[in-house]
Design a protein around this ligand. Structure first.
Ligand SMILES: *[C@@H]1O[C@H](CO)[C@@H](O)[C@H](O)[C@H]1NC(C)=O
Ligand SMILES: *[C@@H]1O[C@H](CO)[C@@H](O)[C@H](O)[C@H]1NC(C)=O
Ligand SMILES: *[C@@H]1O[C@H](CO)[C@@H](O)[C@H](O)[C@H]1NC(C)=O
Ligand SMILES: *[C@@H]1O[C@H](CO)[C@@H](O)[C@H](O)[C@H]1NC(C)=O
Ligand SMILES: *[C@@H]1O[C@H](CO)[C@@H](O)[C@H](O)[C@H]1NC(C)=O
Length: 364
């Protein structure tokens, strides 16, 4: 039976390939409305080289940086993907015309140094958008309120622009949003309380802005996979972001802030020691207390820095992980000692604890 079918397949294979080669060219799938809009966008950007394959009356679904998708239960194909990226000679603002591509799911404008001005309100008219990257441009103005209408949005990248104003609270409540990159802008104000509504596995990057105030405690309820808020002016406690129950956490970067909390409080129960932690950066804050012993057992950790804080006491040796890092990962603290730093002062038993206690009192 099996052998017979293989034989039949071999018999038909030559004619099958022949028919594929000689089949007539694929019909033009481009929807005329989409072609019209794309050609207007090409014209809007003065026909720059990026659009050289966008030739009228050819299949726009095959044009560079464009893709189409079959609308379910029809034979109609509509443009669902547009990626305009990496062109210095593209000058101007994001054209409101994009809202006339109503089936867009992916919209990318990135690496365009001469793309300026605000994010147009027209984007709110694209309800199917799932993936929006408007990053590495020179966009200005606030993060618009009208993104709140994009309830299918899963990824929003607005990083590396010149955006100003606060982080809107609705971003924490978009039901499907799991990736949010806002790093390298000029955003001000606090991290919204609503960020406690992000789903498990979310990746949120807010580094290099001018965010201030304490990190809301609500964020302690979230199993972030990545949380980065380095290079801001955040204050107070952050111990609730890692340790116990934060089993999905891979990257935590809170460096270069004004955070002040007792690192000894961050515990990890024995049963959870198989953490996913790869990156833990806390340098340049006002964090005090001791390094918790479990850090030495975080076997995947490869980027670790707690320098320029107020930590004291011996660097944990159980597990041996912390001894793999450069001394500069531990430098400029109140009294960290032991490998890879110089050995703790030898003295009568308990002197390290007394020293630590004195340090702790001094820091209060
Ligand atoms: C761009 O090309 C179209 C033809 O595809 C032409 O009609 C239009 O005038 C051109 N625009 C510019 C600004 O060169
Ligand atoms: C666009 O950006 C590049 C790099 O920032 C710059 O050299 C160039 O002069 C800009 N203007 C135009 C019209 O290409
Ligand atoms: C923004 O514009 C400046 C000045 O033209 C340029 O140097 C910079 O590279 C641009 N930013 C980005 C992210 O392209
Ligand atoms: C994170 O997820 C793990 C299971 O994947 C769960 O055991 C833990 O309670 C969760 N933590 C939080 C803070 O929800
Ligand atoms: C740790 O951070 C400090 C302060 O920014 C820096 O000087 C040092 O090189 C860093 N060490 C490592 C190993 O990244």
């Amino acid at each position: 039976m099996e052998r017979k079918s293989i034989f039949l397949l071999l018999l038909f294979l030559p004619s099958l390939t022949f028919s594929l080669i000689s089949s007539p060219p694929r019909p033009n799938l481009c929807h005329p409305d989409d072609e019209k809009v794309l050609l207007k966008i090409k014209d809007y950007f003065h026909n720059t080289s990026l659009f050289s394959t966008w030739i009228p009356h050819t299949d726009c679904c095959k044009w560079r940086i464009v893709s189409c998708k079959k609308i379910p239960k029809t034979t109609i194909h509509r443009v669902n993907f547009l990626e305009i990226d990496g062109a210095d000679d593209l000058v101007g603002t994001i054209p409101p015309l994009i809202a006339d591509l109503p089936y867009l799911e992916t919209l990318i404008f990135r690496l365009l140094p001469n793309l300026t001005g605000p994010i147009p309100q027209a984007i709110a008219r694209l309800p199917h958008l799932k993936f929006v990257l408007l990053n590495w441009n020179n966009l200005t103005g606030p993060i618009p309120d009208y993104f709140s209408k994009l309830t299918n949005l899963a990824t929003l990248g607005l990083n590396n622009n010149q955006l100003t104003g606060p982080i809107p609270a609705y971003l924490g409540r978009l039901p499907k949003l799991q990736g949010l990159d806002l790093y390298d802008n000029h955003l001000t104000g606090p991290i919204p309380d609503s960020f406690g509504s992000f789903k498990a596995g979310s990746q949120v990057t807010l580094s290099n802005n001018m965010l201030s105030g304490p990190i809301p405690r609500s964020l302690g309820k979230v199993n972030f996979s990545i949380f980065e808020a380095a290079g801001n002016q955040l204050t107070g406690d952050a111990s609730f972001l890692f340790g116990e129950c934060k089993t999905e956490l891979a990257h935590l970067d809170l460096s270069r802030n004004k955070l002040s909390f007792d690192l000894s409080k961050v515990v990890m129960p024995v049963g959870q020691l198989e953490s996913n932690l790869l990156v833990l950066r806390l340098e340049n804050n006002m964090i005090y207390g001791k390094l918790p012993a479990w850090l030495g057992q975080a076997s995947l950790l490869y980027d670790f820095n707690v320098s320029y804080n107020q930590l004291f006491g011996p660097i944990p040796t159980v597990g041996g992980k912390l001894q793999e890092f450069d001394p500069s990962s531990f430098s400029h603290n109140k009294g960290l000692c032991g490998s890879p730093l110089p050995p703790c002062k030898q003295g009568r038993p308990g002197s390290i604890e007394l020293f630590a206690l004195a340090q702790e009192r001094a820091s209060l």
